[in-house]
Design a protein around this ligand. Structure first.
Ligand SMILES: Cc1ncc(COP(=O)(O)O)c(C=O)c1O
Length: 496
């Protein structure tokens, strides 16, 4: 159990009116995290059992469970089946929104960071797995990438452009690449893009940070999907924005909630083609309603179209940007999923009035994107290789999705129910057994299987338990092997 003074400091957090807007589980999580950061709870120290802490605080056990799940997700605590939760010791790698023990220790020692800097550091950032293993989400297959072709195109560029490729590049991006992106988006995504409205960046993540800082002020509000993509939420939090969660159903974000209080926020962040993490596609009437809302309220729609290249059944819906005659939509795209994450090229298509300010704003972040990579990518797209790579991978991924859904139905029924998506690189599964989500994920990790829990992606305590399973980067044999390992790990929990 906590010492009296520790319990008091958690209770003080809960009672503090400044934290009243935060959900209960978030307040408990922050209070415990503060105890860890302040060194009041040292590495290896046990945390109270969820039941006991819930009783002391007069809250439900689920609330404490959500708080612990988030602490675990951020790398602050470890959870051991049968023995409880402990403050993390930290050494190795971390994944997604989790951070390493080393990071947590560094956080303890972080010298005089600003409030903003401390908040960014404490968020754990967005760290991806360096060597992805099944079922790390959002990762494409890179082992079969046509690397020889890429190398040849790179050599061609160097030969033709010579040492000019070694100089600074236009902050807006190399013109041939902007043109290739605009052509692709107009054809494949129904966008209204021109080369002079495209701004080439290093990633969608950078695009989110840029939008948050250039379009909104600290303290401003932004509607985000609930559940939401953690990278977006962290970018907006770091910019001092208030994220207002809006429920997502099978047709995407529930726009009626926005219409109920249209002036509540100045922007909305969306993943309309393939909602992260549910996989829902935003219906046309909702898209049109949002465009109307944005025009009426002079608000912005930030559309993250992160994996729309991979659509497996029916016709993909056109992007919101292409439907918006009022120029209130900022379209974000990335090559992280369609090509490879190491490329570090993403982009935005901007309303004309935002091109100059945003291109200038990015000069304060990183100047420009690396010229060689941009020019090689432009060649890759102009030569039709991008289209053919995406088509090939679409076939491979569709097959892998079938294998995964099949294997999950075969070996994990009674534990989870798959929600087979119409596109993307990952499949959500909802838990249908009484094993807590965190316990299942821990068991998976011990068996060498990575899963991203769904409930921590929700703003409140009511998120249904489940996890996201990435499938694109793993062969059918790897998928089968990993599902079997996971099934064994979950079955062994039942026997305990
Ligand atoms: C919804 C969503 N947007 C954006 C990204 C990241 O893209 P980038 O690597 O360009 O930052 C991801 C990666 O997982 C994602 O899931």
């Amino acid at each position: 159990m906590f010492k009296h003074s520790q319990l008091e400091s958690v209770q003080a957090w809960l009672a503090n009116p400044a934290h009243a807007a935060m959900p209960l589980h978030a307040r408990i999580q922050r209070a415990v995290r503060q105890l860890i950061l302040d060194g009041a709870l040292g590495p290896g120290k046990p945390l109270p059992a969820t039941r006991a802490l819930a009783k002391s605080l007069g809250v439900s056990r689920d609330t404490v469970e959500s708080a612990y799940a988030q602490l675990y997700a951020e790398g602050f605590i470890e959870r051991r089946v049968g023995s409880g939760s402990f403050v993390a010791e930290m050494t190795e790698f971390t994944y997604g929104h989790r951070s390493s023990k080393r990071d947590a220790l560094l956080r303890n020692q972080a010298p005089n960071l600003s409030k903003r800097g401390s908040a960014m550091f404490r968020s754990g950032g967005v760290r991806e797995m360096l060597m992805p293993q099944p079922f790390a989400h959002g990762v494409p297959e890179t082992r079969s990438f046509p690397i020889r072709l890429w190398e040849r195109l790179e050599r061609q560029v160097l030969k033709e452009v010579g040492t000019r490729a070694l100089l600074h590049c236009d902050p807006q991006g190399a013109e041939p690449l902007r043109q290739a992106i605009a052509d692709y988006l107009n054809l494949e995504r129904g966008a209204r893009a021109t080369a002079d409205r495209v701004l080439v960046l290093t990633s969608s993540q950078q695009a989110m940070t840029l939008c948050a800082n250039m379009l909104l002020d600290p303290g401003d509000s932004i509607f985000i999907e609930d559940p939401s993509y953690y990278g977006a939420r962290k970018a907006f939090d770091a910019a001092g924005l208030e994220c207002v969660p809006v429920r997502v159903d099978r047709q995407g974000i529930v726009v009626e909630r926005i219409m109920d209080n249209p002036g509540r926020a100045k922007a909305v962040f969306l993943t309309p083609s393939h909602q992260f993490p549910t996989g829902a596609t935003l219906t046309l009437d909702r898209r049109l309603a949002l465009i109307e809302w944005a025009a009426r309220n002079q608000a912005w729609i930030i559309e993250d179209d992160y994996d729309s290249e991979f659509h497996y059944s029916g016709k993909p819906t056109a992007c919101v940007q292409g439907l918006d005659p009022h120029d209130r939509t900022i379209y974000i795209g990335t090559f992280t999923k369609s090509l490879f994450p190491g490329l570090r090229i993403g982009y935005v298509v901007l309303p004309p009035q935002l091109v100059k300010p945003m291109a200038l704003g990015r000069t304060l972040l990183d100047g420009h994107t690396a010229s060689m990579a941009q020019l090689t990518l432009a060649r890759f797209m102009e030569g039709g290789h991008f289209g053919s790579h995406v088509r090939t991978m679409r076939g491979i991924y569709a097959q892998r999705l079938d294998v995964l859904a099949d294997q999950v139905n075969k070996h994990l029924s009674g534990f989870v129910e798959p929600r087979v998506p119409i596109g993307g690189l990952q499949m959500p599964c909802m838990m249908t057994c009484d094993i807590p989500e965190r316990v299942a994920i821990d068991a998976g990790r011990r068996a060498g299987v990575e899963l991203l829990g769904l409930s921590a992606l929700h703003a409140g305590d009511d998120g249904k338990a489940g996890f996201l399973m990435g499938f694109a980067a793993y062969t059918p044999a790897e998928i089968e092997g990993a599902v079997r390992k996971l099934a064994k790990a979950l079955k062994s929990l039942r026997r305990k």
